[in-house]
Design a protein around this ligand. Structure first.
Ligand code: ADP
Ligand code: MG
Ligand code: MG
Ligand code: MG
Length: 400
């Protein structure tokens, strides 16, 4: 079973049996493919006799997108497993443990997190996660600080950058986030009800300039090792635990891109809330929970990031008075811009979000799309002036 081929459920069992110290020799194993099948296979292998289980994630050599297949490098499985291992070394509680990576099969063997739920689903079921803001702030502070020139030897960092050149996956982001949504591209999936608002996006020169500047940062600013796809579908959660999965888009980029991915998905959910809460008071309360989460996540990130910098900074120049404040302000501004960019693409670009698209009430769905576009475009236009996270919350609250 060494040459690459997509595994069957039966082959996944055979493979799982070869892993040392996991399952009992000769015992019955059950295999189920549980991925969504667009990019990767995800096998859940369990041993009923002991209750032990494991996940095998295998990259496919293509992505299935609207009926077509795009070839896609298998090297992303290496990138994903190496990123998970680095993240685990920095925040062991917040990512699945990687048991093995098998390059020939583009296969990662990892901890089963089936006792958690995907956060996007959890929010759609109106669940609240009071520990999430602290967990994600910690994850962002540690992964971004310790992979940047602030927290690691700068020559070693350059070697690290080389291992995470991820051109094919970055190209997906460059096109789907920073290009297609701003023109009448065949890759878009424009909801007919909001065509007027989308056309306004296509003709907004002020917006396009900001997106071009943000895109240039995404292309060139090798600031830290990013997760690269940190939406609420990449977060497994339960009340006492948060686990970040699926870093196949990992690369060296601007810190605000990861922070913005989280905030964008909180705000997309915020925009969708009318469809999930018919009651206006309940809706306002849940929106308040989402903006409080955003505020707390930023505050936790900033506090821990500054503390890591003060205690573990490797660089003499980084102690220059005023530099830390300037740096954090840049990260905040980037966060505004990338939050906005990640919202806009989810309204009328390729690959939208279930929070909005699953809404059955057409009027609530249309309002959610308009609110998301209004918040997203306002954040993009404001990004270079931002000075406090409260401004992001004010922009959101003035759109509903
Ligand atoms: P993709 O890159 O194809 O989106 P993900 O890593 O996001 O793959 O996994 C797809 C789905 O498979 C997840 O939404 C989740 O339901 C399931 N899954 C992935 N990893 C695990 C895990 N470690 N434990 C349990 N389920 C998992
Ligand atoms: Mg998926
Ligand atoms: Mg995923
Ligand atoms: Mg993925």
């Amino acid at each position: 079973m060494t040459a690459y081929h997509p595994l069957t459920e039966a082959e996944a069992i055979q493979y799982a049996r070869t892993l040392p110290d996991l399952f009992t020799a000769g015992s019955e194993l059950v295999s189920r493919e549980i991925g969504d099948g667009n990019l990767n296979l995800v096998f859940h292998i369990s041993e009923p006799a002991t209750g032990k289980s494991i996940i095998l994630k295998q990259a496919l050599p293509y992505a299935k997108v609207v009926g077509e297949s795009w070839p896609l490098t298998l090297d992303r499985a290496r990138i994903e497993s190496e990123a998970l291992i680095i993240q685990e070394s920095l925040c062991p509680e917040l990512v699945p443990h990687v048991h093995a990576y098998v390059p020939e099969l583009a296969l990662t063997v990892m901890q089963d997190l089936s006792d958690h739920v995907i956060m996007r689903r959890g929010l759609m079921e109106s669940n609240r996660y009071p520990l999430f803001a602290g967990h994600i702030g910690h994850f962002l502070a540690h992964t971004l600080f310790y992979t940047s020139d602030l927290g690691m030897n700068q020559q070693e960092k350059k070697e690290r950058v080389k291992r995470f050149i991820n051109p094919e996956l970055c190209k997906i982001t460059e096109d789907l986030i920073f290009d297609d949504p701003y023109m009448d591209s065949p890759n878009n999936d424009v909801p007919p009800a909001i065509r007027d608002a989308v056309e306004a996006v296509w003709s907004d020169a002020e917006l396009h300039l900001e997106v071009a500047i943000l895109r240039e940062k995404f292309l060139t600013h090798a600031q830290a090792l990013l997760h690269g796809d940190l939406h609420t579908g990449s977060i497994f959660i339960k009340p006492d635990s948060t686990k970040v999965i699926d870093p196949e888009f990992a690369y060296y980029g601007p810190m605000g891109f990861d922070i913005g991915a989280i905030f964008a998905n909180l705000l997309l959910h915020y925009a969708s809330r009318e469809g999930w809460d018919k009651d206006a008071a309940a809706r306002a309360d849940f929106r308040g929970y989402l903006t409080a989460t955003l505020r707390e996540a930023w505050t936790a990130f900033e506090k821990e990031f500054r503390s890591l910098w003060d205690r573990h900074g490797v660089d003499r120049m980084a102690k220059t008075p005023g530099y830390q404040d300037w740096y954090i302000q840049q990260v905040l501004r980037d966060t505004f811009g990338f939050t906005g960019s990640k919202m806009v693409r989810r309204v009328h670009g390729l690959a939208q979000v279930a929070d909005i698209n699953k809404l059955e009430d057409a009027a609530a769905k249309e309002r959610a799309q308009r609110i998301a576009l209004a918040i997203g475009t306002a954040l993009i236009k404001f990004n270079r002036q931002a000075s406090s996270i409260e401004e992001m919350i004010n922009i959101a609250d003035s759109a509903v």
